[in-house]
Design a protein around this ligand. Structure first.
Ligand SMILES: [Zn+2]
Ligand SMILES: [Zn+2]
Ligand SMILES: [Zn+2]
Length: 322
């Protein structure tokens, strides 16, 4: 029987249709999965062309930061309407940076917890600077891992997008979770984290400050969410303990995906409001979503923005746990 499920943080509907499914193990064999090859003349390696543009003050033990060579959002632009009257067409101001893991061996499938923590701390400190920019309305830290994730350079790196608008998905989450708060007087993420731990069906791993679980109504096969247990709306204001424990779970989940799903390409992204978004402080709760890129979207997924998944999240969680 197909099951209709709703994402409690966005209101989006999706279908799980396990009859069509294989066993989770069947996703492991994907002989066409290609890997990006690390170039000997890598621009991101120490001393390389990109490395030479790094911000002096950005260097941490495991990372350095550079401006994106082809930015989606660029600082120093005057917001200028180039509009065509009917359509809006403004200069895309903001910040777009690349946070590079200095050692090319620190790929997401082999990184240590301490390096992952350092990467998240580097993203946090760059995000804190970016959000001070008066043009910046939202900050989205992301990571593309592997061929098929959107990554084009093998050398491991995260990116920080800080844009003058609030992108649709984030806006939708802010509004839907605020509505939940108004109706229930509770933060939906706090409640969800407690519920997941208590049910203990979809939970993949847990530590003192965070929990990782297979999303109840995912958009992607084996989609996993990591939710810090302490309520904070903004990643930029998260404590070191929270970030450490989130880093530990992020590393654990990606390693298990790598091992059990045959090195899938994946993306992870941090959903956060800005530290200065005080109106969202009680209602929003920062978290990480991990999206393995195993299946392609079909016409229904694209046309209706509603996904049909073939593995029950309860089975996905259990499979990724061990
Ligand atoms: Zn390199
Ligand atoms: Zn919360
Ligand atoms: Zn989210």
């Amino acid at each position: 029987m197909p099951r209709l499920r709703q994402n409690i943080t966005t209101g989006e509907w999706m279908v799980v249709s396990p009859e069509r499914a294989n066993r989770p193990e069947d996703f492991k064999v994907r002989p066409f999965a290609a890997q990006l090859i690390h170039d000997k003349q890598c621009r991101f390696c120490h001393g390389g062309e990109a490395w030479q543009t790094h911000y002096f003050e950005s260097v941490t033990k495991y990372t350095y930061t550079i401006p994106n060579k082809y930015p989606a959002f660029s600082s120093g632009l005057n917001i200028e309407e180039m509009g065509h009257g009917f359509y809006s067409d403004d200069s895309s101001s903001g910040v777009h940076e690349v946070i590079v893991l200095t050692d090319p061996k620190d790929t997401q499938d082999s990184i240590s917890t301490i390096a992952m923590y350092d990467l998240l701390k580097a993203l946090q400190s760059r995000a804190k600077i970016a959000e001070k920019n008066p043009d910046v309305a939202s900050v989205v830290p992301i990571y593309n891992h592997g061929m098929g994730s959107g990554a084009t350079i093998a050398h491991p790196h995260a990116q920080l997008f800080a844009s003058p608008v609030i992108p649709g998905r984030l806006k939708h989450e802010f509004e839907y979770t605020a509505k939940y708060y108004k109706e229930n007087n509770r933060c939906v993420y706090c409640k969800m984290a407690k519920f997941e731990i208590k049910e203990d069906i979809r939970v993949i791993a847990k530590n003192n400050y965070a929990v990782a679980f297979a999303a109840f109504a995912p958009r992607f096969l084996f989609e996993t969410w990591i939710v810090p247990l302490k309520h904070t709306n903004s990643f930029m204001r998260a404590s070191d303990e929270s970030i450490h424990d989130v880093a530990e779970l992020l590393r654990f989940v990606i390693k298990n995906m790598d091992k059990k799903l045959g090195k899938p390409a994946l993306n992870w992204y941090i959903h956060t409001s800005r530290g200065i978004d005080h109106h969202l402080a009680p209602t929003y709760h920062w978290h990480i979503e991990i999206a393995p890129r195993i299946a392609m979207f079909g016409g229904f997924e694209l046309g209706a923005d509603m996904t049909v998944e073939t593995v029950l999240p309860e089975i996905a969680g259990k499979y990724l746990r061990g």
